[in-house]
Write a protein that binds this ligand. Structure first.
Ligand SMILES: Nc1ncnc2c1ncn2[C@@H]1O[C@H](COP(=O)(O)OP(=O)(O)OP(=O)(O)O)[C@@H](O)[C@H]1O
Ligand SMILES: [Mg+2]
Length: 383
């Protein structure tokens, strides 16, 4: 069991340009950490710094009680699957999987017994659906099969953490889903943490015990999938997590009948009493905010004061749900609603969509920071 601590880590490939900036994160003994963020935001760089394949420009990396910054990669006891994995072309699948394990030594400097190596390799191959391919060479494998061999060579090892950079990106949808389930099972058998990079939201939400959202080299938020989805800390996280993405509409806070009301183009939504009071205490009267509404929190019926003028463009049937795509009739802001299948959709171009006021999110327009989630106010005191 190991803990990993990243303390104020930065990376400069080129002097003066920070690819990763002041990144701090604590990883407990048995966590499945999923790193997400737009392409180029520094996910692979961060993973490579943890693995010791890239120098840390500033900050400290600790594994347990040991500072890792200048420890060579091979001495860190970490297993890694690279984004651009490389297999040994002249070795069979079996040899590729067992190679790293064969060079491992136990605490007394002794190699692992052959039978144990064989057992571990067979178990991994079985789990990854590679048992029939053990004597082939990489050139005789498909891209997805090669990727599974790369995963196999990492998971057979006894590591302090398993670092995986988009390990399922070359698999087709069905295999990806199977592998997701296998990885979940695998994680339960490990006593170490997994740090995993993906672009797939479903993978992030289902595998992670902790999601870490990055943008432009900086940590945006780290938390459980529920926390990140229900309480995004800022507009970036709100817009990035969730598919389809959260609807975002400009509003202005106005006092009406002693209560804060969110005025937007063609709508005025009153806040619940306690939320309104807390917002007033925090000075959010007469402020420009952004209202966030998840597609599943828009519906075809509701209270008149919670109606948004919607101009329908197209619908998509997803089996259990239907997605309605369109725009706000007056401002042309994109609106997407997720409606349970079977609910009858009006046959007009324009009709209202209803917001569930107790499910909205509010953000400061100027800083992007969250102000309110549902009816919970984020900060009770103004800074
Ligand atoms: N060796 C390098 N030298 C200089 N710049 C680099 C190097 N490696 C990566 N970068 C730059 O650092 C930034 C972050 O790259 P990184 O590969 O970490 O992104 P990423 O989040 O993994 O993206 P993706 O999702 O596309 O894999 C990018 O702008 C990239 O061009
Ligand atoms: Mg990458």
């Amino acid at each position: 069991m190991s803990t990993i601590s990243l303390s104020h880590i930065s990376k400069e490939y080129k002097k003066g340009t920070r690819t990763v900036e002041d990144f701090s994160l604590e990883i407990g003994e048995h966590e499945f950490v999923v790193l997400v963020g737009p392409s180029g935001c520094g996910k692979s760089t961060l993973l490579r710094m943890i693995a010791g394949l890239e120098e840390i420009t500033e900050g400290e990396l600790w594994i347990d009680d040991r500072l890792m910054n200048s420890l060579p990669s091979g001495d860190r006891k970490l297993a890694m699957v690279f984004q651009n994995y490389a297999l040994y072309p002249n070795m069979t699948v079996r040899k590729n999987i067992s190679f790293g394990l064969e060079s491992e030594r136990d605490a007394n400097g002794k190699k692992l017994p052959r039978t144990q190596i064989r057992q571990r390799v067979d178990r991994a191959a079985d789990m990854l659906g590679l048992s029939e391919l053990m004597d082939r060479r990489p050139s005789q494998l498909s891209g997805g099969q090669k990727q599974r061999v790369a995963i196999g060579s990492a998971i057979v090892r006894d590591a302090k953490a398993y670092l995986m950079d988009e390990p399922l990106s070359n698999l087709d949808a069905k295999l990806r889903m199977q592998m997701r389930v296998e990885l979940q099972k695998l994680y339960r058998t490990l006593s170490a943490s997994v740090i995993y990079v993906t672009h797939d939201q479903v993978e992030a939400m289902t595998l992670a015990t902790k999601i870490v959202v990055m943008n432009q080299g900086m940590l945006q938020q780290a938390g459980s999938p529920e926390e990140i989805y229900e309480r995004p800390r800022n507009l970036f996280v709100a817009g990035f997590i969730g598919s389809p993405r959260m609807n975002l509409l400009k509003v202005h806070t106005v006092l009406e009948g002693g209560r804060i009301c969110l005025h937007g183009a063609g709508f005025a939504i009153p806040l619940a009493d306690h939320a309104s009071k807390a917002m007033l205490r925090n000075g959010y009267l007469d402020e420009d905010l952004v209202m966030g509404v998840r597609p599943e929190d828009l519906s075809l019926s509701g209270r008149p004061e919670e109606a948004l003028p919607f101009s329908f463009e197209l619908s998509e049937n997803l089996g259990a749900h239907r997605l309605l795509y369109g725009v706000h009739e007056k401002t042309a802001e994109t609106l997407i609603a997720r409606i349970p299948e079977g609910e009858s959709v009006p046959n007009f171009r324009s009709y209202p969509l209803y917001v569930q006021a107790d499910r909205i999110h509010l953000f400061e327009e100027s800083t992007g920071m969250a102000v309110l989630h549902g009816t919970d106010v984020c900060r009770e005191e103004t800074a």
